[in-house]
Write a protein that binds this ligand. Sequence first.
Ligand SMILES: Nc1nc2c(c(=O)[nH]1)N[C@H]1C(S)=C(S)[C@@H](COP(=O)(O)OP(=O)(O)OC[C@H]3O[C@@H](n4cnc5c(=O)[nH]c(N)nc54)[C@H](O)[C@@H]3O)O[C@H]1N2
Ligand SMILES: Nc1nc2c(c(=O)[nH]1)N[C@H]1C(S)=C(S)[C@@H](COP(=O)(O)OP(=O)(O)OC[C@H]3O[C@@H](n4cnc5c(=O)[nH]c(N)nc54)[C@H](O)[C@@H]3O)O[C@H]1N2
Ligand code: SF4
Ligand SMILES: [Mo]
Length: 702
Amino acid sequence: MTKTLHHRACHLCEAICGLNIEVSHEPNGHAVIGSIKGDPLDPFSRGHICPKAVALQDIQNDPDRLRQPHRRIGEQWQAISWEEAFSLAAERLWAVQQAHGRNAVAVYQGNPSVHNYGLMTHSNYFLGLLKTRNRFSATSVDQLPQHLISHLMYGHGLLLPIPDIDHTQFMLILGGNPLASNGSIMTVPDVEKRLKALRARGGRLVVVDPRRSETANLADDHLFIRPGGDAALLAGLLNTLFEENLARGSHLPVTGLQQVREAIAPFSAEAMSVHCGIEAARIRQLARDFAAAQSAVCYGRMGVSTQAFGSLCHWLIQLINLVTGHLDREGGALCTEPAVDLVASTSGGHFNVWQSRVSALPEYGGELPVAALAEELLTPGDGQVRALVTVAGNPVLSTPNGRQLDTALEGLEFMLSIDLYINETTRHADLILPSTSALENDHYDSTFNLLAVRNVTRFNRAILAKPEGALHDWEIFVGLAQAYARLAEVELKNTWSPAQMIDLALRKGRYGEASPWNLSLQTLDQHPHGLDLGPLRSNLGARLATSSKTVEAAPQVLIDDLQRLAQLAPPSSDELLLIGRRHVRSNNSWMHNFQRLVKGKPRHQLLMHPHDLQQRQLHDGQRVRIRSRTGEVEVQVQACDDMMPGVVSLPHGFGHTRQGVQMQVAQAHAGVSANDLTDERLRDAVSGNAALNGVPVQVSAA
Ligand SMILES: Nc1nc2c(c(=O)[nH]1)N[C@H]1C(S)=C(S)[C@@H](COP(=O)(O)OP(=O)(O)OC[C@H]3O[C@@H](n4cnc5c(=O)[nH]c(N)nc54)[C@H](O)[C@@H]3O)O[C@H]1N2
Ligand SMILES: Nc1nc2c(c(=O)[nH]1)N[C@H]1C(S)=C(S)[C@@H](COP(=O)(O)OP(=O)(O)OC[C@H]3O[C@@H](n4cnc5c(=O)[nH]c(N)nc54)[C@H](O)[C@@H]3O)O[C@H]1N2
Ligand code: SF4
Ligand SMILES: [Mo]
């Protein structure tokens, strides 16, 4: 038996940690994964690893993972050839479109679509041919407001300022828990070490969260906030900055600031206090401290994106960084300069050019908010969706009112899923096309290098050979595109492999042939631990892509949305608000099938403050019923002092008991789905992003 050591970036979450993976080669040629450890020579992750990476071997070996195309016949699944599968998919989708129009086929792309580079480079090769306006993705249960705000203020949805965590002296985090999530829209392997370093150099960390999260536990200050109250807090902060003359202006060209100043004038800390549950004096002091810091950055994530004021929150966050002079400054928020730059190679985006059929929700960048997916399936009439393609997604567990979607999927004429498992969503498919696993793929991270707290780059070859008869995601898209193009009689452009595309992008990019770095795949092959290209730098001024070439501080839709905040009724005191949470051993809905990640105590209970339990005569450990407008679930409750009174927390991605799911370990650790309680009608009014946090619920004994 021989052993080989491979260096490889993990792309299960956004942190892109370097791994050292040992592979044993048996005499019969069979390769077995040995150890998986953090790579101390990766200059970015410096040896960091989390338990999920070790489970890469479990994904590899999982008997439940599909390895060939499966067609459903009644309740049975039958393995078929790729040839048959591509023909079947193309024929059925084309037939639906012939009978009912292009938009009768909808598409949903899930989270791994931006983690797996073959999905990044080739999804549209096929999906673009469908020419449907019913495109949906996990973006609209996640970070849609952040893209929209960058599009409106900076002219490009991917010009996302990233916290300069390694150099800041003051970090204000709202609605993010990087200690569990490992960072998001802030690619930051080893975040705990970096946050501790921030404090060790005399910097300050403040966390605003309705739960005293793992990150809050590390902070100098933690402020409980009423779920959904962040826009009020942020408006109060911005108002204080203006009112107390703490704003210092920016080196960037800015238009609309006077309009912002006038619009924010009524939103004093005193007026906003009741909506966020934070005293006015604390809001004012926070504004003063933030403005006085040598460098500072305000950062908001999931908790502030997926709420009723998601866009307003992210606009106010950008404005706070801007007016204190911390936008595009070292130690503040900076845009990356990646080796493969999607900002340079894609358009700036468009917004509200068309709307969804039933509820008239706005498109962004060609996608509609997924909160509208079920109604597009269920509402009869011209343009009704009759077929669906899901790619690396599980919307039954991940989108609001998942039960409604679950039922709606039963009525489809045809459903195609490109996925590794028969899960809560794909069990409804007529055809599932599974790709190779992560370790059988080569990988370049064009997404998360764009969001990283340093400019970094790395390319890694596949560790395991592609099994005979298996196809990579990108090859599946090519096969589907060819079969569909034949029927639709459209000419298909030739395509390259993802590696060839990345090679060209590297060579033509800012560190390419014309630079001393001379990056190409060939040079990256010589640096298997990755390369550090330097710290983030000021660059936004030259990259602004708005028509005015300035930071547009006062987009009209956001100035208008302030009225919604002004008209907010004071909160009622006796309702409970539901929020989510993440755990480091979990990854959305699809990593519960690995014993090493789910073993030990269950992690999917409802967390509730002891006072709230007492008030309802409930006790720790009891089974409770949670009810919302859309549904009810029964789950165990756990008393938790870390919860803000009036707020309860349930993680999403569980609920694996549904009939027909074929994920044995997950089924044995089923839990319930938080999205059986969330409400597709609760949305950010500007973007249509789902408001998954701050859902009113009642809790009683089961
Ligand atoms: N209540 C609540 N809901 C939430 C959230 C929350 O915080 N609270 N979070 C939201 C967020 S941020 C997100 S991103 C979404 C995620 O929502 P989704 O993207 O819909 O769901 P995932 O659970 O990430 O499912 C990923 C799917 O991809 C498959 N897969 C994994 N790797 C590959 C691959 O390489 N190729 C292919 N073809 N398939 C693959 C898996 O089998 C799985 O079916 O959930 C959202 N929903
Ligand atoms: N271990 C693990 N890591 C992951 C994932 C995973 O499922 N598991 N998912 C990945 C994905 S797809 C994403 S998008 C990222 C997300 O990464 P993060 O944005 O860091 O997401 P969460 O860990 O859910 O943290 C959200 C925090 O917001 C708080 N919160 C809820 N409502 C509100 C509110 O109204 N206001 C405020 N201020 N806070 C609120 C919650 O209590 C929680 O602590 O994580 C990624 N990494
Ligand atoms: S934090 Fe864990 S899952 Fe995320 S990239 Fe690093 S090892 Fe992989
Ligand atoms: Mo996400």
